[in-house]
Design a protein around this ligand. Sequence first.
Ligand code: FAD
Ligand code: NA7
Length: 487
Amino acid sequence: KSHEYDYDLVVIGGGSGGLACAKEAVALGARVACLDYVKPSPVGSKWGLGGTCVNVGCIPKKLMHQAASLGEAVHESVAYGWQIPEPEKIKPDWSKLVQAVQNHIKSVNWVTRVDLRDKKVEYINGLGYFKDQHTIIAKMKNGTERSITAQNILIAVGGRPRYSPIPGAVEYGITSDDIFSLGREPGKTLIVGAGYIGLECAGFLKGLGYDATVMVRSVVLREFDQQMAEIIKDSMVERGIKFLFTTLPNSVEKQSDGRFQVKWTNSKTGEEGSDIFDTVLFAIGRKGLVDDLNLDAAGVEVKNDKIVASESEQTNIPHIYAVGDILHGKPELTPVAIHAGRLLARRLFSGSTQFMDYTNVATTVFTPLEYSCVGLSEEVALQKYGEENIEVFHGFYKPTEFFIPQKSVRYCYLKAIAERSGDQKVLGLHYVGPVAGEVMQGFAAAVKAGLTMKILLNTVGIHPTTAEEFTRLSITKRSGLDPTPAT
Ligand code: FAD
Ligand code: NA7
């Protein structure tokens, strides 16, 4: 440790990755400052310490998904004998929901701040930028600037949503940065973008009773297994969510009644269309926040708004590191940012040599019928190993909890992708159905430990659960047998 600098480590960005690294570094005896600053969204949404996940990401998203699921459960409960007077009149109060979600977020902001104080991480509520390779300037809300020097610097600034480059998008549109604190009911909503954020927003909005349309540029969930993506899409269509395929928006115009007219073109047929919406939400991906960092002053390499780093999260400048969403070519997920941040602190301050393993990271898409996966998609497995060397086990199943309310089991499906020879090492697991994330987490540990089909099929199930379906996967795609269960 050197006292030539004010700090051993300065972290720019107090989100999932930055905070995890800062806290671990302090625990290992380092002197650490962490800068966090949130620029308001174009419509003025702003939030506190903790980054995307806590304020405008995973947490509010899961809360709204839960709110939507509870509404569904209330209706289902009638079939189980619950006496609900006039169930058709049940509807959520948007402003109460937003209030409850925001109260939770504010409590997390507060706890995070107290935690940093207790752990002796110096928190600076300023926008950080590089003056030179070891000096960071923190620009405070009141315009004053504070200069601090550090031996090591971590860039963990994350990203913000993009808007379509069309007239009216920024002026009249909103993004995931605004939806969880929206001061009015969303009403009839157009969601532009069919990545997982777009689909999740469409899902909870429809579940809360709002008309939802998803505008898809190419295919839904392009980065995921495409058979599973189709199933998710079909299950959303079944619930009344509308899709506009191969379509791009041209403009958003505000009408005299305050609603928005969106005009679009189908890029395949050339057909033009338009409709009126109360809300237009852009979920077309996120831009890394490199622009404010003045990276030229430090000479850090940037590619497509992201930072290029080695397997040790080191940039081209040896003492400058990056973790989380700002990393080029890595998954944009909270636990990934946290784990990478922690491991980096251990390598910097306790001589650890462990690198972050970015493979076999499980993830869940919280659509009304949830989708979770770990490992390879079927197309990537086939491409990597060849059709002859891959076995795909699959099956539809009927969750017990779906029977009495007679919920559609049409899209409850799972598959395991494995090597064809030997004990059949599992390369990927995919599941659509209830509580997908809870089902997949333990299997992800098994995959990490080298799970084979032999072990999986010798695992005794927990009955009656949906997770046990993984232990009963007996039909291969190659066999051509019907994967639909008899009962
Ligand atoms: P962030 O958490 O974004 O933190 C970066 C912080 O740095 C921000 O507070 C930012 O304001 C601040 N900052 C930026 N520039 C500067 C600067 N120059 N100076 C000072 N501060 C700066 N992940 C999951 O794992 N599960 C999910 O279910 C999930 N759902 C999501 C849902 C939505 C709607 C969104 C948007 C994201 C979701 N994610 C989810 C992704 C997850 O939120 C991110 O992967 C995670 O927050 C990334 O952490 P980070 O530390 O890289 O950046
Ligand atoms: P993603 O997953 O990058 O998805 C973006 C979606 O938006 C995807 O369907 C894209 O279609 C579509 N897209 C991208 N650009 C445009 C334009 N210009 N116009 C219309 N549609 C467009 O982003 P998300 O926001 O869902 O999530 C971002 C990350 O946060 C994600 O990786 C998560 O891990 C967390 P495409 O398939 O490219 O044709």
